[in-house]
Each structure stands twice: as structure tokens, then as C-alpha cells.
Design a protein around this ligand. Sequence first.
Ligand SMILES: [Zn+2]
Length: 127
Amino acid sequence: MHKGKFGTAINCMDGRAQMPVNDWLKQKYLLDYVDTITEPGPDKMLSQGIPAQVESIKSRVLISVNAHGSETILIAAHYDCAGNPVSKEEHVKQVKECIKILHSWNLPVKTIIGAWINENWAVEIVQ
Ligand SMILES: [Zn+2]
């Protein structure tokens, strides 16, 4: 049975962040659905969190990859993040660190993307 094409977004819990990322991913990678893993400031949590926090994110990514066959993972940071109130430069640094971590998990995926959601709630590719 065809379930549809899934992608995975590791995104902020901030309600302003999800629609831009999900719409962008669907359009760019022709996805039907985006599994969304939300945390307050996920770029900080994945790059600097305690092992239990990182494992929690990883376990959810694995469900998306293994059960839904996602081949596209995006980690997002955004403008005006209350969960991780640092400069854009710092967010970008953390997103790049997250990309390294995601690659180190050796997931069977095609694409790992880092994104910055800017003050207009538009998606910019970090890497
Ligand atoms: Zn946020």
C-alpha cells in the first residue's frame, strides 16, 4: 500500500515556525507529509543538549525514517526564538553542528538540510 512520501522536520515548538518549514519541504522535495519533531530551540537541544535530550530526538527521527521511509531530514532554527534566544550567527553555528550530528547517525536518508527561518518567516538554507 502506498503510504505517501514523508520527510522529517526537527523544528521549534514555536507555532510560527512549522507551517513555513512544512510548506517549503513539501514543495521542494515533493512530499505528501512532514513528520515534525518539536522542541523549544531544537538547534541548541540537538547540538548542546544532555544525552537524554539528544536520544529523545534521535528516537523520533528513527520512527520517521524507519516506519515512514523518510529520506529527507531538515533541522530548523528561527528568528525570535524564545527557547534559544541567541544571535542569528549563533543559530547558524548550532544548525551546522546539528547537521554533523545527524550525519554521524548514519541514517539511510538522501538529504540532510539545515534551515534558518528569517524575520519574514521564510526559509533560508544554511547548509
Ligand atoms: Zn523557537
